[in-house]
Structure formats: C-alpha cells, structure tokens
Design a protein around this ligand. Structure first.
Ligand SMILES: [Fe+2]
Length: 200
C-alpha cells in the first residue's frame, strides 16, 4: 500500500500554507483537511512518485478562497496564480487551477484565456484529486458524488456559473470517479492476491 509521508517536504509545506491561508475560513479548512485525508487513502491509485503531489494539491486546492490569495474571484485560478508567484511546482499549480473540472466553470465566467496559463493534466492524479474533492462536503463530511453535486447546485443557485457549467462538468466528474473506483478495486485485488500468496 502506498503511504504518504506528511512529516517533511511538499505535503508538510502544503499543509502549513493551507492552515495559515484558510485560518479565516474554518469551514473551508475542515473541507480541505477532509479532502487531504481522502487523497491519502487514494494514494495507491497514482504512481508512487505522484502520491505526495496528490496530497499536497488536496491541501492547497481551495486556498484561492482566502482573502490573501483572492484576485479574480475564481478560486481555482487565484490559488494557482498564488502558488506560481510563490515558487511552488508547476504541476501543483496546474492541478489546483484545473481541479474538479474548473475549466467548465471558467468558460462560463469568461476566464478561459486566463486558465490557459496553467497546464491541464488528464491523469490518475487529477482524477484522484477530483474524486477526493467531490466526495467530501463543504464542512469536511464524507458524501457520495451525487450528494455532493446536488448540494453544490443548491448552494450556488440555479443561475450560478456552476449551474450553467453543470451539464458539461458533471459527466466529466463522474468519469473521474469511475476511473478512481476501478483503480481502487485493482489495488484491493492486488493487495488481496499478495496476502493470499504470502499466506499460501
Ligand atoms: Fe474543494
């Protein structure tokens, strides 16, 4: 099983930065901590070299809500800009910019061009980050992806950019969730097979 060392390095620094920036937003902090915990449990679905990147992105994905970070008012973009300006890895900024299919909402908000400054990766890491974010509610509570999407639409309202982007965004989020669940199943099968052969 892939484990993530949070005591030093990128994950440790990401935790500390998120804790500082989100200290003014306790709910957002609890959500981010919940997403990071979920990401740790999904570490086996990404290559071992990417596990720390995944968990660091989970800690930082919502820092764009902080008043210190906020510029455009679109939190994925603002978070990514802040990370780039402060020398964080390019891939990490890209994951934050594009987390949970943010581009679909950016298009509705007329921010597509600004988002092009950040590379969008389609990867097991991006899938796992989306899955972690979409299975933890606003206050850190575990939710199904369908509960989370319903709750998001209720909170943002029917006339919001999120609601407009929903028909395009939701199928992509469900696609990420399906791929992560398949990878989790494969990890569990491999683990069980390993235990079986070790025992036999
Ligand atoms: Fe989030």
């Amino acid at each position: 099983m892939t484990t993530v060392d949070s005591s030093t390095g990128l994950v440790h620094d990401a935790h500390d930065l998120a804790e500082i920036l989100l200290s003014e937003l306790p709910q957002r902090w609890h959500h981010s901590a919940g997403v990071a915990r979920r990401a740790e449990r999904l570490a086996g679905t990404v290559s071992p070299g990417d596990a720390g990147l995944l968990v660091a992105a989970a800690w930082l994905h919502d820092i764009g809500y902080s008043t210190v970070v906020r510029t455009s008012g679109f939190h994925p973009l603002d978070g990514a800009r802040y990370l780039t300006a402060h020398g964080w890895p390019v891939r990490l900024a890209g994951l934050v910019a594009h987390h949970s299919e943010a581009l679909a909402v950016a298009r509705v908000r007329g921010l597509e061009h600004e988002m092009a400054a950040f590379a969008r990766e389609r990867s097991a890491v991006a899938d796992a980050l989306a899955y972690a974010d979409q299975t933890v509610g606003p206050s850190g509570r575990r939710m199904s992806i369908e509960q989370r999407l319903t709750d998001m639409l209720r909170r943002h309202g029917p006339d919001s950019p999120n609601a407009t982007a929903h028909p395009r965004r939701a199928p992509q989020l469900r696609g990420s969730a399906d791929r992560v669940e398949q990878r989790l199943l494969a990890v569990r099968r491999a683990t069980a097979a390993g235990h079986g052969s070790a025992g036999g």
